[in-house]
Write a protein that binds this ligand. Structure first.
Ligand code: HEM
Length: 171
C-alpha cells in the first residue's frame, strides 16, 4: 500500500505541477477552456491531498523496515526532514489552493456552473501567490529527492531504492 501510494503520488504530483505551471498559469482567465482546466486541477489536487493523508495514516499504523542510513549523520537528518517536508508542502499546496478557490468564489463557477465569469487575475489573492511559491519549493524538493535516490543507487550502491519496489525489502 505504501509503495503503491508512493508511486501514484509521485506521478500525480509531478503531473499536477507540470499542468499548473505550463498548462493553467499562462492561460488567461478569459479563455473558455480555463474553467474546465481549473475543474480538473482542483479535483486532482484535492485527490492528491486525500491520498497523502491516507499514506500518512498507513505509514503510522503499519510496520516498516528499520530506518535506513546513508553513512553520514547530517545526511540522515536531512533525509528525515525532507520526508516531513513533503507532507507539510502537499498540505500547504492543498490549503492555499482551496483558500484561493473560496476567496475567488471558484467553487460556484467551476463546480456548480453558476455561469459567472472567472476573476481577471487570481494573483490579487495572497493565497494564490503563496500557492505558486510553495509549488516551486515542492518542485525543488522532488528534484532533491530524485538526486538522493540516484546517490543511493549509483554512488553508494546500497540497494535502498528497492524499498520502493514491490519485492523483498533490502537496504
Ligand atoms: C498537491 C496539490 C497541488 C499542486 C501540486 C498544485 C500545483 C499548482 C501549480 C504548479 C500552479 C501554477 C502556479 C504558478 O504558476 O504560479 C497552480 C495554480 C492553481 N491552483 Fe493548484 N495545485 C495543487 C492543489 C490545488 C487545489 C487543491 C486547488 C483548489 C481547490 C488548487 C487551485 C489552484 C488555482 C486556483 C490556481 C491558479 C490558476 C491560475 O492562476 O490560472 N490547486 N497549482
Amino acid at each position: 500500500m505504501l509503495v503503491a501510494l508512493h508511486w501514484l503520488l509521485a506521478l500525480g504530483l509531478i503531473a499536477t505541477l507540470v499542468y499548473g505551471f505550463f498548462g493553467m498559469a499562462p492561460r488567461p482567465n478569459s479563455d473558455p477552456q480555463k474553467i474546465g482546466m481549473l475543474r480538473l486541477h482542483m479535483a486532482g489536487g484535492m485527490l492528491l491531498f486525500a491520498m497523502m493523508l491516507v499514506r500518512l495514516i498507513v505509514r503510522m499504523s503499519t510496520s516498516h523496515p528499520p530506518p535506513a542510513t546513508s553513512g553520514t549523520p547530517w545526511l540522515d537528518r536531512g533525509a528525515r526532514a525532507m520526508h516531513v517536508a513533503f507532507y507539510v508542502l502537499v498540505l500547504l499546496m492543498a490549503t492555499t489552493g482551496l483558500a484561493t478557490a473560496i476567496l475567488a468564489g471558484l467553487n460556484e463557477i467551476v463546480f456548480a456552473g453558476s455561469g459567472a465569469a472567472l476573476p481577471t487575475d487570481l494573483a490579487v489573492y495572497p493565497t494564490r501567490v503563496a500557492h505558486g511559491y510553495i509549488a516551486w519549493t515542492l518542485t525543488a524538493l522532488i528534484t532533491l529527492h530524485i538526486f538522493a535516490a540516484c546517490y543511493h543507487s549509483f554512488v553508494r550502491n546500497d540497494g535502498l531504492s528497492a524499498r520502493m519496489g514491490f519485492g523483498s525489502r533490502r537496504g
